[in-house]
Design a protein around this ligand. Structure first.
Ligand code: HEC
Length: 467
């Protein structure tokens, strides 16, 4: 045991010397070059914004720094007081959970990095990106959102700092919409297809809602809100308002015309992931980690009702979708069971808190549900899950119509072509897959972004912005 420790110290000292030699600078572990690859490979799968186990996200430095449910995960300068080190060390390390432990060298790197102060050496972003100067990728980005345009001609796909527009006929890139938000979490077209709404932000910096005019692919509004990425964007039916969920447990509603914040609803007790408006636009529904499905009046911002009986232990609600023509909302998440609810209550609550608004609970899925969508005519329902499966159901009787492998790790987004014949899926492996809805047959699979040849040293997502 002691010999092993000495060996490790030698190893670190030796590799530090090499670093010092090469760069002529003080020996130190690089967060960007050495720590990020470990977190990416061994931790990110269970600690990303879509699935932050223990409330811990490791996808950015700010997130790592913020820590998790138990508070700080790292204490700069003090590896022995750092929860991360405690959990990855020992004979049977708790993390990565149920997987191969990190190698002794990797544990030592993390320990040394924290000992040296846990500094962030992520290169500064060169911010001259835009038309003609696009982000470059050396590894596939996670696809967190996708949406077909109402006319069926375009498939919008989330990238890093950008939205890529694909021609839905031949799946070639038509345009790339580059904004300031590093993460894109949600994509929604207005019903008339004139505006593409984008929600996201830069973690621990700002949340942003972007409105792109689809006729010209120009950014007409970039509305900042809250200090963190925002989720689950929806438009009111007349497109005069946008609603979205925030990590500060609020739902915000902004006026599209003057960007004013009309509502800051704070009745949730945890992150809010989804919003939808009622068919007449008088109410909105929101959901999130607190397992609640809340009904709110738009004019007053007043809480009206808990639509589901969230005390039944349904788990976190990751996503919701409204039926295209009815006041019905599909709610889905951690407990793997999609549930269709009436938005407006017809039977008063009873003491047992019976789920009176429930229309139908669908079959349990094989993993936590991350993405749901209705077909435009309201007859079909698509579900995407952690584990990588996507399924299609008949809305009316709950019959399963197709089962598809939509991703190698997890499906985070699903969207029907407006004519109902095709379903697009996207997720962790960065590929877009398009299926025939009737047969479940894979029609096309392609990488969501152009990938550059991998630079030998830099395995992290490279955003050069320079040519
Ligand atoms: C297979 C899933 C999985 C993987 C992979 C994984 N974790 Fe976790 N992690 C979890 C779960 C689940 C929890 C919550 C544990 C609990 O509630 O008991 C957790 C909790 C934690 C916590 C405690 C957070 C807090 O504040 O409570 C830390 C720190 C942590 N993980 C670090 C890591 C690191 C570092 C790695 C990679 C080396 C990693 N995890 C990989 C599932 C995972």
């Amino acid at each position: 045991m002691i010999y092993f420790g000495v060996y490790l110290l030698c190893f670190v000292a030796w590799s530090s010397l090499v670093t010092a030699d090469q760069h002529g600078a003080a020996a130190s572990v690089s967060y960007h070059k050495q720590i990020v690859p470990i977190l990416k490979r061994s931790c990110q799968g269970c600690h990303h914004p879509g699935d932050p186990n223990g409330d811990l996200i490791v996808t950015t430095y700010a997130d790592v720094k913020r820590g998790g449910m138990a508070g700080d995960s790292i204490v700069p300068g003090k590896p022995d007081e750092s929860l991360i080190i405690e959990l990855i060390s020992g004979d049977e390390p708790a993390m990565p959970q149920n997987q191969e432990p990190l190698s002794a060298e990797e544990v030592e790197l993390l320990r040394q990095w924290i000992l040296e102060g846990a500094h962030d050496d992520t290169p500064m972003e060169v911010d001259d990106m835009g038309e003609g100067n696009y982000p470059t990728y050396t590894v596939p980005p996670v696809v967190s959102a996708l949406a077909y345009s109402p006319d069926g001609k375009t498939l919008a796909v989330s990238g890093f700092r950008e939205v890529l527009l694909y021609d839905a006929a031949n799946f070639e890139i038509k345009a790339r919409l580059v904004g300031k938000a590093r993460r894109i979490e949600s994509l929604t077209y207005t019903a008339d297809g004139k505006i593409l709404g984008v929600a996201g932000g830069s973690p621990a910096q700002f949340g942003e809602v972007q409105l792109w005019e689809t006729a010209t692919n120009t950014l007409i509004k970039a509305m900042r809100s809250s200090y963190d990425t925002v989720y689950g964007l929806s438009f009111s039916p007349d497109a005069s308002r946008v609603a979205f969920g925030c990590s500060d447990k609020t739902v915000r509603v902004l006026s599209v015309a003057d960007e004013k914040e009309l509502i800051k609803f704070d009745n949730h007790s945890d992150w809010v992931f989804g919003t939808i408006f009622s068919t007449d636009g008088t109410h909105f529904v929101s959901c999130g980690r607190d397992t609640a499905l809340k009904l709110v009046e738009v004019d007053t911002g007043a809480f009206v009702d808990d639509i589901n009986s969230s005390n039944k232990g349904y788990g976190e609600i990751n996503t919701i979708a409204r039926h295209p023509h009815e006041d019905q909302v599909l709610s889905a998440g951690e407990d793997r069971i999609p549930r269709l609810y009436k938005i407006f209550r017809e039977i008063r609550r009873d003491v047992g808190n019976t789920d009176f608004n429930l229309i139908r609970a669908y079959e349990a899925q094989s993993g936590s549900i991350e993405g749901v969508a209705f077909s435009a005519d309201g007859s079909l329902l698509a579900i995407g899950t952690a584990g990588g499966e996507a399924r299609i159901y008949n809305v009316a009787d709950g019959k399963r119509l197709a089962t598809m492998q939509g991703d190698t790790v997890g499906v985070f987004a699903v969207s029907f072509h407006p004519d109902g014949t095709q379903l697009a899926t996207g997720g962790f492996d960065g590929k877009i897959r398009v299926f025939d809805t009737a047969s479940g047959k894979l029609l096309n699979a392609f990488m969501s972004v152009p990938i550059e040849a991998t630079a030998s040293e830099d395995v992290a997502l490279a955003v050069t912005g320079m040519t």
